[in-house]
Design a protein around this ligand. Structure first.
Ligand SMILES: C[S@@+](CC[C@H](N)C(=O)[O-])C[C@H]1O[C@@H](n2cnc3c(N)ncnc32)[C@H](O)[C@@H]1O
Length: 217
């Protein structure tokens, strides 16, 4: 087992390197997120979607099965290049952007915003929830699926293998209360909260937390 590298690499640079193996390396979190996303969003109707940190487009492919338009935002050009290689569809627009700065999208645009495996890299949740509220139509949905804080407490974080060892990424722990409070403060009502486990019998620590809100003001 390779040792973690203890240097600090920017998140954007790390994903530019990770992009080459992101879709193919062993990654239980990525795979479980796909299941959680499909199971949660299959129940909803949506037409215009904003996908935060769309990466290589793993979930974009699913979103396009139901949506008329998807705008994917990501600051890693290499992750976006992979997404563009896989998905050539006029209904999708991949924009290179940092979503911790103002989103260049008209207000009241979307009826769904999704954010998968991304917020562990974001310090200020409040800004993201504020922008999400502005860009969603009333009654629109905001769905997040993130590494469960219990996993984070036990030291788990985004990482990938390089020739020189394991490259860990800079992460922030977000408690469940932080998500709930940021959402409430920014005009969202809770629709569903769910833990996602590796084991069918739900015996271990949950891997993911999935939360679905509806914009109510
Ligand atoms: C673990 S990947 C998840 C990709 C995809 N959502 C998925 O579930 O497979 C995290 C992605 O978030 C992007 N990301 C992280 N922070 C970001 C930011 N502030 N602005 C834009 N993209 C960001 C990274 O570049 C990366 O593509």
């Amino acid at each position: 087992m390779k040792k973690p590298i203890r240097d600090i690499m920017s998140i954007e640079k790390a994903y530019n390197i990770w992009a080459d193996q992101y879709d193919t390396n062993l990654n239980k979190t990525r795979d479980l997120d796909k299941i959680a996303t499909i199971e949660t969003l299959n129940k909803l109707k949506f037409s215009k979607v904003i996908e935060l940190g769309c990466g290589t487009g793993k979930n974009t492919i699913y979103l396009l099965k139901k949506a008329d338009k998807v705008i994917g935002l990501d600051f890693s050009q290499e992750m976006l290049n992979k997404a563009k290689e896989k998905i050539q569809d006029k209904r999708v627009q991949f924009n290179r952007a940092d979503f911790t700065t103002k989103w260049n999208i008209e207000n009241n645009y979307a009826d769904l915003i999704t954010c998968n495996l991304v917020l562990e890299h974001v310090k200020n949740l409040d800004f993201v929830f504020d922008q999400a509220n502005q860009k969603l139509k009333c009654d629109g949905y905001f769905f997040i699926s993130e590494l469960h804080p219990f996993k984070q407490y036990s030291g788990s974080k985004a990482k990938f293998e390089t020739e020189n060892g394991i490259q860990e990424l800079e992460t922030y722990v977000h408690h469940i209360s932080e998500y709930l409070n940021a959402a409430k403060k920014n005009g969202f009502e809770l629709v569903e909260i769910k833990e996602w486990f590796d084991e069918v019998n739900k015996a271990g620590i949950p891997r993911l937390i999935g939360i679905l809100w509806r914009k109510n003001s």
